[in-house]
Design a protein around this ligand. Structure first.
Ligand SMILES: [Zn+2]
Ligand SMILES: [Zn+2]
Length: 412
C-alpha cells in the first residue's frame, strides 16, 4: 500500500495542531494525580468517540484504549501516552495554569495525552490508507503506582494482540531535537525498606540496650561495598538510602530505625545481586551487633528496553524529516550545522525509570524523546514546554505508525 507523503503528513499536522494545543492546555489546567485521572480519561474517551474510534474505558482503573482499524488487514500497533500529573504547586504564570491546588502537569503527560489524541485524529483521517489496527493506549499513574503494569495485566496488549508499541516523552532539549536509542535505555527501579530493631535503654547505661542507630550506621557503611565488590565493574547500577528515621530523644538508646532506599540497575541479574546482598549484609550486621533487621523489597518499574528494529523506525524517519523539522519550526541554525544532528542517538542509558518498561517486557517497543525547549526540567514547579514541539511529535509518531503498519501489510 502506498505510504503517506511527507507533504501530506505536514498538512495533516498543520490541520490538527491548534486543536491539540487547546486540548493540552485544557488538560494542563485540570491536572489529576495517579489513578485519579477521571476528567482526563472522560475527555480522552469523548474525543476518541467523536472520531468514530472504538473505545474501551476503565482499564487499569482510569485507563482508556481506542481501537482504529485500517482498510486492509495487517499488524496491530500500540501507541501509548500517560495521563497523570504530580503533587506540586505550579509556579508558572500561564492563562491555563493549574486550577487544582497542589497538582501540576510537571512531567509533560498533558502533552503526551494531547499528542496521542492528535495522532488519533490524523490516523483516523487516513484510515483508508492504512493496513492493520492501531491501539491508542492512554494509561493512568505513570508517576506513582505503575499504571502500565495495571494496563498490561488487564489485557491492554491483547485482543487484538499487539505486535509492537511506541511511546514518547517530552524532554528538556532544544526544540526540534529527537533522542532515540536501543537496548536498555532506562533502569529497573525498585524500593527497599530496612527495619532495624534493637532494645531501648537510658543512654547512661548503653550496655543494657541495643542501639539501632549505631547498627544502622554500620549497615549503611557495609552496604557501600556491594557496588564496588559484588557487581561487575562493566555493569551499571546504583542504590541509595534516601530516608532514615529513628530515635525519640537525645538521652534514649533507640530501639527502632527505618531506612528507605532505591536500587537502580540495568539488568535483572544485577538487580538480584544488589537485592540479595542488601538483605544478607543488613541482617548479618544487625545480628552481629545483637539486633535484628527486617528487609522488605518493593518491586518497582522494569527497565525500558528498546528493540533495535523499532528504534530504527524512529531514527530513520526522524533523520528523513530533519529538513521539514527545521523549516516547520523555523530553526535558526548555523550554515555548517549538519541537520542529522537534530537526531540524537543515545548511547548512554539513563538510570531514570518509566513504567513504559511494563510494555517493553511484553512486545517489541521503542520509547523516544522529543525536545520541548530548554526551560525548567521535568518535575519542577516551573516546568514548561514550547508547544511548537507538537509539530515534531505529531508528525513523528503518526509517521512511525503509518510506516510500521504499511510495511507489515498482510496480502489476502
Ligand atoms: Zn515524571
Ligand atoms: Zn513522565
Amino acid at each position: 500500500m502506498p505510504s503517506i507523503t511527507n507533504e501530506k503528513m505536514r498538512q495533516l499536522v498543520n490541520k490538527y495542531e491548534q486543536n491539540v494545543i487547546e486540548i493540552r492546555r485544557d488538560i494542563h489546567m485540570h491536572p489529576e494525580l495517579s489513578f485519579q485521572e477521571k476528567r482526563t480519561s472522560e475527555l480522552v474517551a469523548s474525543k476518541l468517540e467523536e472520531l468514530g474510534i472504538e473505545v474501551r474505558s476503565g482499564i487499569g482503573k482510569t485507563g482508556v484504549i481506542g481501537i482504529l482499524k485500517g482498510s486492509r488487514p495487517g499488524k496491530t500497533l500500540a501507541l501509548r501516552a500517560d495521563m497523570d500529573a504530580l503533587p506540586l504547586d505550579e509556579e508558572n504564570d500561564l492563562p491555563f495554569k493549574s486550577v487544582n491546588a497542589g497538582v501540576m502537569h510537571a512531567c509533560g503527560h498533558d502533552c503526551h495525552t494531547a499528542n496521542l489524541l492528535g495522532v488519533a485524529m490524523i490516523l483516523s483521517e487516513i484510515k483508508n490508507e492504512l493496513c492493520g489496527t492501531i491501539k491508542f493506549i492512554f494509561q493512568p499513574a505513570e508517576e506513582n503506582g505503575g499504571g502500565g503494569r495495571e494496563m498490561v495485566k488487564e489485557g491492554a496488549l491483547k485482543n487484538p494482540d499487539v505486535d509492537a508499541i511506541f511511546g514518547l516523552h517530552v524532554k528538556q532539549m532544544p526544540l526540534g531535537t529527537i533522542e532515540v536509542g536501543h537496548g536498555n535505555i532506562m533502569a529497573y527501579s525498585d524500593r527497599f525498606i530496612l527495619r532495624v530493631k534493637g532494645k531501648q535503654a537510658h543512654t547512661s547505661n548503653p550496655q543494657q540496650g541495643v542501639d539501632s542507630i549505631v547498627i544502622s550506621a554500620n549497615i549503611i557503611t557495609a552496604l557501600q561495598s556491594i557496588i564496588s565488590r559484588q557487581i561487575d565493574p562493566l555493569e551499571t547500577a546504583t542504590f541509595s538510602v534516601g530516608q532514615i528515621n529513628g530515635g525519640t530523644a537525645p538521652n534514649i538508646v533507640p530501639d527502632l530505625v527505618e531506612m528507605v532506599g532505591m536500587i537502580r540497575s540495568m539488568s535483572k541479574n544485577t538487580r538480584e545481586i544488589i537485592k540479595n546482598n542488601i538483605e544478607k549484609i543488613a541482617k548479618s550486621v544487625a545480628e552481629g551487633m545483637s539486633g535484628e533487621c527486617e528487609f522488605i523489597f518493593k518491586e518497582g518499574y522494569p527497565a525500558v528496553f528498546n528493540n533495535k528494529e523499532m528504534a530504527d523506525y524512529v531514527k530513520e524517519l526522524a533523520i528523513e524529516r530533519c529538513q521539514d523539522i527545521k523549516d516547520d519550526l523555523d530553526l535558526q541554525l548555523p550554515p555548517e550545522f549538519d541537520l542529522k544532528e537534530l537526531v540524537r542517538i543515545t548511547d548512554k542509558p539513563s538510570l531514570g525509570a518509566e513504567d513504559f518498561g511494563f510494555y517493553s517486557l511484553e512486545v517489541p517497543a521503542c520509547f523516544f524523546y522529543v525536545g520541548a525547549g530548554n526551560q525548567a526540567p521535568v518535575h519542577s514547579p516551573k516546568f514548561m514546554v514550547d508547544e511548537r514541539m507538537f509539530k515534531v511529535s505529531l508528525n513523528l509518531l503518526s509517521s512511525v505508525a503509518v510506516k510500521f503498519l504499511n510495511q507489515n501489510s498482510i496480502t489476502i
